[in-house]
Design a protein around this ligand. Sequence first.
Ligand code: SF4
Ligand code: MG
Length: 316
Amino acid sequence: SKPLLEVRNLKKHFNLGGGKILKAVDNMNFTINRGETFGLVGESGCGKSTAGRTIIRLYEATDGEVMFGGENVHKLRGSKQQEFRRQMQMVFQDPYASLNPRMTVGNIIAEGIDIHSLSSGKARKERVFELLRAVGLNDEHANRFPHEFSGGQRQRIGIARALAIEPQFIIADEPISALDVSVQAQVVNLFKNLQKEHGLTYLFIAHDLAMVKHISDRIGVMYLGKLVEVTTANELYAKPLHPYTQSLLSAIPIPDPEIERTRERIILQGEIPSPLNPPSGCPFRTRCPKAMPECAASMPEFKEVEPGHFTACHLY
Ligand code: SF4
Ligand code: MG
């Protein structure tokens, strides 16, 4: 069957004036199947949030296409655009900043219901209770304000708000990064359970591979605005192809001390280059332990090197 989401040659460039162009998202290509979780991973500033925001059309794309259920998201107008807005929702990174402090939790959760006039009065109230319970909160919480809740609870409220209008697709932009480690697993499990119950499809954005391991079916790794590798989660952890992915994986501690002691750590040299002035050729070459002369001369093409396994590297 066709994927639910197809991202084709997507670009989001910001013109900063004075001839400076920030290529925050540069030529991304990937698909997400219905019911799947696609983890999008990369260091801060690599463009993953911008990619998420361009896909959901909080930003207009500079070029390329985002196909959702066969429709080009960036060409939708009028009632079709309204309908699309119902199908795709976003959960934000910062559960403190993303909830209006002057609104009750019930009204926050019902925002989408009100915008789309889905229900009112008693039915609306019942729906809010149902949503609170679905995310592990309870009815009394509806009349309280965001500041009365912990970070993990606030993220549950953000998730309930996203679920309120029964979307098919949720973009979660680092939804657990700001939470205590002890709470992160609970929120990941909530995402998983809701996916099963509601048949949801996720784009789950995170800054390291450890965070997406237990939720992703497939994973995309980004570096300086570009995807450098995409494959299934299992394949990525077992057989990473791109030297950047290999270095990210080598940074994740392994619980088994025997393996941990003997395995090789790949320490990257230097800082991430400025996205305003990326290196010629392969954007990773200034830090790549395997760089060769041709890496400076030409940009490696992002291509399928094994079935379902894509990477952009001259080694393949
Ligand atoms: Fe390293 Fe060259 Fe591959 Fe880039 S193309 S990741 S510099 S080996
Ligand atoms: Mg971000």
